[in-house]
Design a binder for this molecule. Structure first.
Ligand code: BV8
Ligand code: ZN
Length: 249
């Protein structure tokens, strides 16, 4: 049953106050107020392509130049924008709970920039270039015909997880462990459609964790959440920190 509220409830504050461990899962929506388009929202298209058509190994094999053009376009946006109030508020949350584990589907590195240096990147990082030959994440030695090459001579790909690719084993293990032990699970800015990340709040809720969702719109998760804070995370998260500061003073 989801308790719909536009602001922070006493119930949530008491859940967080007592929480030994809080797990947070973020999606592209937390970076929307930074000016980065989400995947399925209005800005999710690039030229005539949808993300699902380009973020695949098949698309890269078929046309690596086109895929790199898309990633370079997104890298430029990530570099020319910055974390928003929601990222910074989330970095403050750990002051009020036992342990905070931040799991992110975002590939922009904004959580780390905002102070959550231990953010667990489930889908990789868009600023990383990975060599197809030596497997190393490294600098681009040079670009030839629109493609980046490693110092070893191998062509590089973006260091992200594409559709149809498995998530990094350690990251997924840590995510499952967090879902198995947290007392509060907060899902922020995700349409809850991409698996296996979308399964995490359900795993936590099935064990009795208090599941909270922060999103301007209802999602596939909303009916299962114990509390649904409807609104943009850049507004709601600072409100949450403000309310926690008040009860903690
Ligand atoms: C895998 C990196 C094993 C690349 C991304 C069941 C089990 C396992 C797999 C599957 C399964 N069912 C289907 C699959 C396949 C697939 C999948 O889930 N497909 C979906 C589309 C049905 N999963 C996979 O392929 C995964 N691999 O499981 O490996 C395997 C192997 C082979 C075969 C089968 C299984 C890999 C998935 C990772 C893909 N890579 N990104 C890149 O970035 O280029 S996914 C991509 O989607 C991003 O990471 C993104 O973060 C993520 C999730 O999307 P959201 O973050 O939720 O973004 P979205 O736009 O959808 O929603 C934004 C939300 O924000 C909205 O709700 C909106 O209302 C809200 N919002 C807007 N403004 C704000 C806001 N919220 C707060 N504040 C605001 N201001
Ligand atoms: Zn190499």
């Amino acid at each position: 049953m989801s308790l719909k509220s536009g602001n922070v409830s006493a119930r949530l504050l008491s859940q967080l106050h007592r929480a030994a461990q809080v797990a947070v899962l973020t999606g592209a929506g937390i970076s929307a107020e930074s000016g980065l388009p989400t995947f399925r929202g209005a800005g999710g298209l690039w030229r005539t392509y949808r993300a699902e058509e380009l973020a695949t190994p098949q698309a890269f094999t078929r046309n690596p130049q086109l895929v790199w053009e898309w990633y370079n376009h997104r890298r430029e946006r990530v570099r020319s924008h910055q974390p928003n109030a929601g990222h910074y508020a989330l970095a403050q949350l750990r002051r009020f709970v036992g342990e905070l584990i931040l799991l992110t589907q975002c590939v922009d590195g904004y959580h780390q920039q905002a102070g959550c240096v231990d953010a667990i990147e489930l889908h990789g990082n868009i600023l990383v270039s990975r060599c197809l030959k030596c497997g190393k994440d490294g600098e681009v030695e040079n670009w030839r015909e629109g493609l980046p090459y490693c110092a070893c001579g191998g062509m590089q790909r973006p260091g992200v997880v594409w559709f149809g690719e498995s998530l990094p084993v350690t990251a997924l293990e840590r995510a499952h462990a967090a879902a198995a032990t947290c007392s509060v699970f907060i899902s922020i800015g995700t349409s809850a459609l991409v698996y296996p990340a979308a399964q995490l709040p359900h795993l936590a809720g099935a064990r009795g964790a208090y599941v909270v969702e922060i999103n301007p719109e209802e999602t596939a998760l909303t009916p299962y959440a114990d509390e649904f804070l409807q609104g943009p995370s850049g507004e709601i998260l600072p409100q949450l920190i403000h309310a926690l500061e008040k009860v903690s003073s």
